[in-house]
Design a protein around this ligand. Structure first.
Ligand SMILES: [Zn+2]
Length: 275
């Protein structure tokens, strides 16, 4: 799933192109992709977008008259693409926005089950749609993290992915951040020392900034991730093979040497069955 670095790179790339011309035609949209019907998509036609904004993993495209907001959530496999005038749009596009002058913004989703969503909302409804989100992950300092971590005892990996606690981090960047911070994905948030909290804050900022820079230059997953999906490959810090474990429907990648004091974590679902 695209996370903060990926979505922010897209936001920066789309900000100019989507606001260059008014919308000529909104749609078609796949029935599973368009989540709202009032106001109708056609209400966008003739209006100009102010640009691209982002909140967590969502992109927002407000109209420059301040009356409407197009909200996009790509979920796992949705992708956005800007097509130059005259380029043929794939018939399988889940959503198309055509601008005067002929350029098109496309949302494609290469998955049987359509999960990506597009909402056309009033500004108040758009606000309500994102109000449950925690603060943006990029830019939090150690004090911010201390407050979030100490609220309640949670394992670090699921806590970093909890959009209500911190917005923008998912499975991939949780793996990257915890590795950079040298913290166990299972560590309890309330057990962290001040030094560990400072490391987590620094690692979050450094890793998300690293990811954003790479993604802005079009880097692939292969080049961007150093831990996520790297099972068996040598850790870039110590050379130990990267390990993998399943926890609450999620697959976690980590370095046993850098993060868990040499301990290989047990699959909790499996060990519960065996107990
Ligand atoms: Zn290591």
């Amino acid at each position: 799933m695209p996370e903060l670095p990926e979505m922010e790179a897209w936001r920066r790339a789309l900000d100019g192109p989507v606001s260059a011309f008014p919308v000529a035609k909104a749609g078609p949209a796949h029935i599973a992709t368009l989540k709202t019907f009032d106001p109708p998509l056609s209400a966008l036609e003739g209006r100009r977008l102010r640009g691209a904004e982002r909140r967590g993993k969502r992109l927002l495209f407000p109209t420059d008259d301040g009356e409407l907001v197009l909200l996009v959530h790509l979920m796992t496999s949705g992708r956005l693409k800007m097509l130059a005038p005259g380029a043929a749009a794939p018939k399988t596009a889940a959503f198309v926005l055509e601008f005067a002058g002929g350029s098109k913004l496309l949302l494609t989703e290469n998955a049987r089950r359509k999960r990506a969503g597009v909402w056309l909302l009033t500004p108040a409804a758009a606000e309500a749609e994102v109000e449950h989100l925690g603060p943006e992950a990029l830019g939090l300092d150690a004090d911010d993290f201390a407050e979030i971590l100490r609220r309640q005892a949670h394992r670090l990996h699921p806590l970093l992915r909890d959009q209500r606690a911190i917005a923008g981090i998912g499975r991939a960047w949780s793996n990257e951040i915890l590795h950079a911070a040298k913290l166990s994905p299972y560590a309890l948030s309330t057990d962290l020392s001040d030094d560990e909290i400072a490391r987590l804050a620094a690692a979050t900022n450094d890793e998300l900034a690293r990811g954003l820079e790479l993604r802005e230059h079009g880097a692939s997953d292969e080049k961007t991730y150093r831990v996520h999906t790297k099972l068996g490959q040598p850790c870039h810090v110590c050379g130990t093979p990267i390990a993998r474990i399943d926890f609450e429907e999620h697959t976690i990648y980590y370095c046993p040497e850098c993060q868990t004091g040499g301990r290989v974590l047990k699959d909790r679902r499996l060990s519960r069955l065996l107990r």
